[in-house]
Design a protein around this ligand. Sequence first.
Ligand code: AMP
Ligand code: MG
Length: 479
Amino acid sequence: MVLNIAFDNSYARLPEKFHVRLDPTPVAAPRLIRLNAALAREMGLDVQALAGAEGLAMLSGNAVPDGAEPLAQAYAGHQFGGFVPQLGDGRAHLLGEVVGPDGRRRDIQLKGSGRTPFSRMGDGRAWIGPVLREYILSEAMHALGVPTTRALAAVATGETVHREGPRPGAVLTRVADSHIRVGTFQYFAVRDDTEAIRTLTEHAIARHFPAAEGPRGLLRAAVAAQARLVAQWMALGFIHGVMNTDNAHVGGLTIDYGPCAFMDGYHPETVFSSIDAQGRYGYANQPQMAVWNLAQFATCLLPLMGGDQEAAVGEATEMVHEFAPLYQQAWLDQFRAKLGLERAEDGDATLIETLLGRMAQQRADFTRTFRGLADGTARAEFAEPEAFDAWAGDWRARLAREGREGAELDAALRTANPAFIPRNHRVEAAIEAAAAGDEAPFNRLCEVLARPYDDQPEARDLRDAPRRDEAVHRTFCGT
Ligand code: AMP
Ligand code: MG
């Protein structure tokens, strides 16, 4: 065996009811589309071996490496507010966990790797559209500094998957600090299995918040992590699109990249997802939806909180409500940094909101406007540049009070405002090209997005906002 991976599978050691053990379903003709060598090295994996025949066999699900214990995880979830007591991995297999040289424990999971007892009507497969989409988006989020699941590899299966029509099949290898969702807790809560919730609580604490104590400590930590996470999404113009509780990660990672998207022109009511008819998961609703999810999480933990349940409800409610001040602070921190501000002043929220308001009125491009603060090109993003100029006067006065200017200010602005985001029209074009056999645009996107804060003049075209006829307004789960 060249592939010598030191698996240590803590989730597989949990009681049987947490999962169903089964191997991935082999595919016809696997071919590596892309391997994330940097991530492989972080994990202490042998890049050569992964890129070779045995690696490909593992990454496609055609062989189970020594030490892996493939399983499908059980979970439930609220989908658009409606509770489904059993969802689970219907097209994913957790191969196991590895602890990297950095001491970090990570799941290695195949997605699109065949049917499981949780598949319901699904075929257990994925086509290259969502696979490449998740690869691009999750790796871009990582490079942007946002906690997220990662992409280790994308493999073409050589098989056809049927969606709106025939599509080329693919498998994504997803890496994450865990795959524990609010829905994992809900799965046991709805079954009144307090013992399992206790076990899962300990497991989640060990994996995400080792300093936390008991259900209260876990809840407090999860609330804080979600508040920070959503503030980061907002500061990047990112819309998750399907913030169902099965897609809400207890450790505060971005997970399950479906119809998610980065906004081009800014408007707080922006919704991309084709399945989100009510706009439940639109940009501006994300903080509230995170609170809603955390309230579901808190409800699961109540039986562990002991004593008088009414008192426990009151206490849990208070802890969930801690989200608002934590989020507000994180949001202010994020947007202050985007304006090049280091210190806090009372009028800062107004200064930020005034800019956002004017951007919304004119659909100024979110990413280009903020990056343009450093480049002096922000005003050009406004149909009526005077709207920007009026605000910029206040901004400059505010900056003057901090005494920050010149190269120092520029550097600060560039660190807080990316030049590159995975723009929808580019992601769609890369997928289309890959489906037609040309993976170059996909590979180029991945490489440029690995350094989103660098200027990269040779990639100038990828900074452009879409032309009217290029803009993508709808994104699809496409599972
Ligand atoms: P998601 O859209 O990734 O949040 O998935 C919601 C649920 O549907 C999860 O239980 C998935 O495992 C399941 N699912 C999605 N696509 C498929 C598929 N092609 N085959 C089987 N199950 C699927
Ligand atoms: Mg999901």
